[in-house]
Design a protein around this ligand. Structure first.
Ligand code: GTP
Ligand code: ZN
Length: 310
């Protein structure tokens, strides 16, 4: 894993710090993988805005504990938000693997949300179609994914029960996160990709006597020279933090038409001369994707109405 560098430098106060990567975040404490092992770390004051994947400097305090002193600049940050809350999910990602399955059914709207979150942060989204061994629903799952394939998004089909080799080939050496609805097989997939994940999860549940269930935390595992974050099941992925323009930009097929509407402040709803509606009518934009866009856009305006502080 490339993140923790062997830089052990001294600050003005003669306390040494270690570079490390946040591998788990539990409220206001964190596990940080450093060159000297994993430290359980705290933050000074009330600040707790770190995420899995963040690169930090920590001051070790003995007994495998430490204090986070410095956050290195992030390449990107994946987060979700509704009207009143925001939640950091992960930082410094190269890929988001959106896991769906032949059974149970999945939400293609959630895929569009995850893709929008990814595109707005310059993260490459890929879709994993798991449980390909359950062949009765395979064709309908493929049909549901067709609009994404048409846009050029990669779909990796596999059966996590039989192994994760096809996904490993894509994600090894990258910095990725697995996201998806509950029941899609994310845990099975993580265990296939990272055999030690199972043991690590058990270890955490004994270290943490908070009584919380372990799958509520994201956790980072080394994968090749990169890493993989397994995130808790995701039913909602609010994008209240995106502006209307950011949202439209994050639908990559809209990009050729943006800025070409008759009115500069076009909401792409029913305005005459709307380039997006024109493209939709001409069949250049998939109607399902446009529906997703409208749904998310509506939700963002509702969130802003409920909390004008956005
Ligand atoms: N047939 C088949 N079943 C699978 C496959 N992968 C996972 N499953 C099953 O699907 C169910 C859900 O798998 P999990 O790995 O627990 O799913 P998850 O997405 O982690 O769900 P949460 O823990 O609720 O977030 C389990 O019964 C798995 O055995 C697969 O490739 N084929
Ligand atoms: Zn328009």
């Amino acid at each position: 894993m490339s993140a923790p560098q062997a830089s052990r430098h001294r600050t003005g106060k003669q306390t040494h710090t270690l570079a490390g990567t946040i591998i788990a975040a539990f409220g206001r404490h964190y596990e940080v993988l450093t060159t000297e092992g994993t430290l359980r770390c705290y933050t000074r004051g009330k600040k707790s805005s770190y995420a899995c994947g963040d690169e930090v400097d920590v001051a070790p305090g003995g007994d495998n504990q430490g204090v986070i002193e410095h956050l290195h600049p992030r390449r990107n940050l994946l987060w979700r938000s509704d009207a009143f809350r925001e939640k950091l999910i992960a930082a410094n990602l190269s890929h988001i693997a959106i896991v769906v399955a032949t059974e149970p059914g999945f939400s293609d709207m959630l895929i569009s949300r995850c893709i929008a979150a990814a595109e707005s942060q310059d993260i490459t989204p890929i879709i994993v179609l798991n449980k390909a061994d359950l062949t009765t629903r395979l064709d309908s799952a493929r049909a549901q994914l067709a609009p994404f394939v048409q846009l050029g998004y990669q779909v990796v089909e596999l059966s996590a029960l039989q192994g994760a080799a096809p996904l490993m080939a894509v994600l090894s050496g990258q910095r990725s996160i697995l996201v998806g609805q509950s029941g899609m097989g994310k845990s099975t997939l993580t265990n296939a990709l990272v055999p030690e994940a199972d043991a690590a999860t058990r270890e955490i549940s004994t270290v943490l006597d908070s009584g919380k269930h372990t799958t509520t935390f994201a956790r980072l595992y080394p994968l090749g020279r990169g890493w993989l974050i397994d995130s808790p099941g995701l039913q909602a992925f609010g994008l209240a933090h995106l502006s209307a323009d950011d949202l439209a930009e994050s639908f990559i097929e809209f990009r050729p038409y943006l800025g070409k509407c008759r009115f500069r402040d076009c909401r792409h709803e029913a305005e005459p001369g709307c380039a997006l509606l024109g493209a939709l009518e001409a069949g250049h934009i998939n109607p399902r994707r446009f529906e997703h866009y409208r749904g998310i856009r509506h939700e963002i305006s509702e969130a802003r109405r409920a909390n004008p502080g956005w």
